[in-house]
Design a protein around this ligand. Structure first.
Ligand SMILES: NC(=O)c1ccc[n+]([C@@H]2O[C@H](COP(=O)([O-])OP(=O)(O)OC[C@H]3O[C@@H](n4cnc5c(N)ncnc54)[C@H](OP(=O)(O)O)[C@@H]3O)[C@@H](O)[C@H]2O)c1
Length: 339
């Protein structure tokens, strides 16, 4: 079933992407054993459904190699032109410390080679420690590599508003920031969204399904603990739910989402994703894909036919009003990585 036109957005002048991106953290370990052949077959299935855009990172286990192999198999079976349908957004997450041009060159070369591309569509840069100002050098070198044609676009991930501003003021052309953004975690709405709107920077979001917690599977269920949180993603977002307001309030949210989803004939996950896709400056929602293990493509397609109305949004707000202000509790986007 081809996805509708509304599933796509002109992300940059040269990149038209699917607004639901396939997240590859889930192949990096901690989410079940990945079988390479099944994963590769699954990547073809995603492409054929219209989910053409991948989010990955240098440290997501074999993710960059999977993109490389996927591209080789695409050329072998469908011809070189078929490559133009695929977009792959990787990340560079260097260790804190001095960053030399050589280090940046070498790191980008590794990603280019692994992904089997001449140029990275988008390189999203992460930095662990703002007290170490070397990130501005790193970004300057990345911009040089962009001028040399090795990188098409520079993005950031988990930057807070203050440091995103510093990067922009340093003269770096940033097209996107990848942040946690969901019905549970609405910290981007405090400062980030408005700043990005003013500068034309787009958000790519993760955690939007809370690792799967925002689905029928957890409606009416006791709080998952211990080994029932069987992916790294579930553990991560179970903690967010705890900070946000706890399991009882989360159940109230699921009940509200269920009634909205029934009105529209869709799933809870569809409502959770649509809500974020409708927020200003959000270019896309990244949904984690456990390639070859689970597959929610058919359901996620329905996001694009869903239009939430005022009544839906008010019903959601009525629950969210009782939640804790995570901006006060944790800080701005990405601060949870820097405590
Ligand atoms: N920049 C960063 O720091 C950062 C951090 C985290 C993630 N990310 C990116 O974001 C991606 C998303 O990962 P995430 O950890 O945030 O996970 P997520 O997208 O919130 O959750 C993914 C899980 O949701 C479930 N799911 C998907 N569609 C569903 C549907 N229609 N109905 C019910 N359940 C559904 C699946 O669970 P089952 O497989 O169990 O069925 C899937 O594994 C990552 O792969 C990565 O690319 C980036």
């Amino acid at each position: 079933m081809p996805l509708p036109d509304s599933s796509r957005i002109q992300f940059t002048s040269d990149l038209r992407i699917c607004r639901v991106l396939n997240g590859m953290w889930q192949v990096s370990g901690g989410h079940g054993a990945i079988d390479r052949e099944r994963a590769l077959q699954s990547m073809f299935d995603y492409l054929d459904t219209g989910f053409t855009t991948w989010d990955l990172a240098d440290h997501y286990g074999p993710a960059e190699d999977f993109i490389g192999q996927f591209r080789r198999e695409l050329v072998a079976t469908r011809g070189v032109d078929s490559l133009s349908a695929v977009q792959a957004f990787t990340k560079w997450v260097p260790r804190p410390g001095t960053v030399t041009r050589r280090l940046v060159d070498d790191s980008v070369e590794v990603s280019l080679r692994r992904m089997n591309v001449d140029r990275l569509d988008l390189l999203q840069f992460h930095w662990w420690d703002y007290s170490d100002p070397n990130y501005l050098d790193a970004l300057t070198y990345l911009a040089q590599l962009q001028d040399e044609g090795k990188i098409a676009h520079i993005g950031l991930t988990n930057f807070d508003t203050e440091h995103l501003k510093r990067v922009v003021d340093h003269g770096i052309k940033v097209v996107s920031n990848q942040v946690q953004y969901s019905l549970i975690d609405r910290r981007p709405e405090v400062q980030m969204v408005q700043f990005c709107q003013e500068l034309g920077i787009q958000l790519l979001t993760y955690g939007t399904l809370g690792g799967g917690l925002l689905s029928e599977k957890y409606l009416g269920q006791p709080q998952p603990i211990g080994s029932t949180l069987n992916t790294a993603s579930l553990s991560k977002y179970a903690q967010m739910v705890e900070s946000w307001g706890g399991w009882a309030l989360f159940q109230e949210l699921l009940v509200a989402l269920k009634s909205i989803s029934e009105r529209h004939g869709v799933s809870i996950a569809n409502v959770a994703v649509r809500y974020i896709l409708d927020r200003p400056t959000v270019a896309g929602v990244i949904i984690g894909a456990r390639l070859g293990i689970s597959d929610h493509r058919e359901d996620n397609v329905l996001v694009f036919g869903l239009a939430l109305d005022e009544q839906d949004r008010e019903q959601i707000e009525a629950v969210l009003r009782d939640s804790r202000d995570l901006y006060q509790f944790i800080g701005d986007c990405g601060d949870e990585y820097r405590r």
